[in-house]
Design a protein around this ligand. Sequence first.
Ligand code: PLP
Length: 636
Amino acid sequence: MVGLDTSAEMLDILRRRLQTLPAAVQERVRLCQGDATSCVLEEKFDLMILPAFSISLFHNRQQRLQLLQWVSSHLRDGGTFAFDFIHYSADNCQALDGQVNAAEFPAPDGRVASSYGARFSTDRQSVTWNFYTQLIRPDGERRHYLSASQLACIHADEMAELLTAAGLEVTARQRAALPMGNTTAERCFWRCTRRERAAYSLWHPYLPMNHMEETVTVLVRGEGSRVWDREGKEYIDASGGLWSTQCGQGRTEIIDAVAEQMRRLSYGTLFAGRSNEPAMELARTLVELAPAPLSRVYLTGSGSESVELAIKLSRLYFWLQGQPERHRVLFLDQSYHGSFFGSMGVTALFDRKERFAPLLPGLDAVPAPHPAHVPPGMSFDEYALQCAAELERRIESGTVAAFLMEPVLGSAGVVVLPAVYLARVQQICRQHGVLLVLDEVATGFGRTGRWFAAEHQGLRPDLMLLSKGINSGYLPLGAVLFSAEIARVLLDNQSGIGHGSSHNGNPACCAAALAAIGVIRREGLVARAAETGQYFRERLQELHQYPHVAAVRGLGLMLGLELAEGEGSHRRPVSPARLGGIYLAARNRGVLTYPFPSGLSFFPALTISRDEIDVIMDVLHRSLAETSGGWQHATA
Ligand code: PLP
């Protein structure tokens, strides 16, 4: 049992009282001096009690919250926290204000007679209590005490809200009438438990939340490729957030454009026949940048939404032409396209989709040319052509509306699909009238050293899906670009697109995109990505000196480091524990990367400098060297 007080005198009184108790009790009690809003005790407790009215001694909400957070952080799971406070109502405030009352009650060595009065602040937020107290001994001797204390008037609603914010949950409330002169206040006794992990109410995507609170990196500031956490630690963000920050953080051109747009028109919808200038200009700009035959643009709120719409639009295109049987969408068995029902459905790298069954029907995986699956004795190109042949076989059923793919598999480990495969796939789709849908959510906007990855092989997709780098990740935005032919079918049938969301075409998001595209153009960031990407890639090759580096892959500033364990025929993908160890070793040295199932990926801002890449390399060298110890021995 621990007792805490800020006052040395009070602790002295308690210590003297403690000495009157049996030795067995004394042994279990520790008294310490400290401020309960800041001191850290080593242990956690099953029971914590705040003495009468202590919370009311703190005069602002922040301090009261701090006190309760302190309690919460020291309470064992399932433990109890008990305290009391006075609940003042408008009526009893009125009745008490300025009154002098008397009270008398017995004390261990005599009796106590008090005169007391209350004066409320004009805003009724606090009350000053004045006490004149006499301790009257049986022999008639009197001791006189004068005290004044200012207490906060805390409302029960505020108390409940503070407890919630501190991660505590009220389990019992009791009240007792507290007579005061000619009125009665209410003394509230509350009991609480710690709501497990509730102090961290934010839920994150995908990962289980069990240890998130202890390990989370909370970023508070960013500038270029650098970010800072709330402890002031600096990192190079080698993953560009989630592969999005093409122009780097904190660009005044983009921030000012958004602020200016918000001042002019802060919200705009494309529903009900309305439009806005940034949305119209962005659509024109995207068509100008994108490969032919893309000529129309639907603005979405994310990559996942773009994929969702691509599935719908592909089906709609054939349905309007009287071919409803053509509704199947094929995707690669190493794909990532998002987490909504449609986009999850076409994402192969999604753990246990059956948790969400029944799933969207009509979505089928086809083999992806992934280097990990190339059979012995076959080249990557040969294997890729074999995958293309399988695609054609599936398409021949006559029920396929679209084939969806990432031109560079991002989440599967930054795999650049072979040129022969891409050319063949385009040919197959054209031959069978199947729509070719390129997901350029990760590869767009200069990431691969071209505006879009399609340009490397001269691909002419029927639909192209964008997000992330579209506005350098400054605000949520995505886009679906589609061909004049698809537009024609909609127009001929006087058909709408059957899709819409309140933020589609949001003017501030579009203004951010126009400004970000302006920065990419003015600063030549596409060519720079190709050049810096080449440098980064060459430097990553150095890491082959470590036994667990299996491959370096990528295009432009989209790079992947494949890691493996074991040797020879025992070679296998790195274990999640080891990968996590390497990721954390780099993070602790100030470099944020992004893991894929068997390695680390690098998608930095296109503005990253060679010096910053050198720092990343230094950290990777040290992190890999540190985690290589016993690698072969342990895993062979
Ligand atoms: N498509 C690809 C290729 C992606 O990499 C991602 C996200 O990482 C998505 C789609 C989903 O985009 P969003 O996270 O914006 O929904």
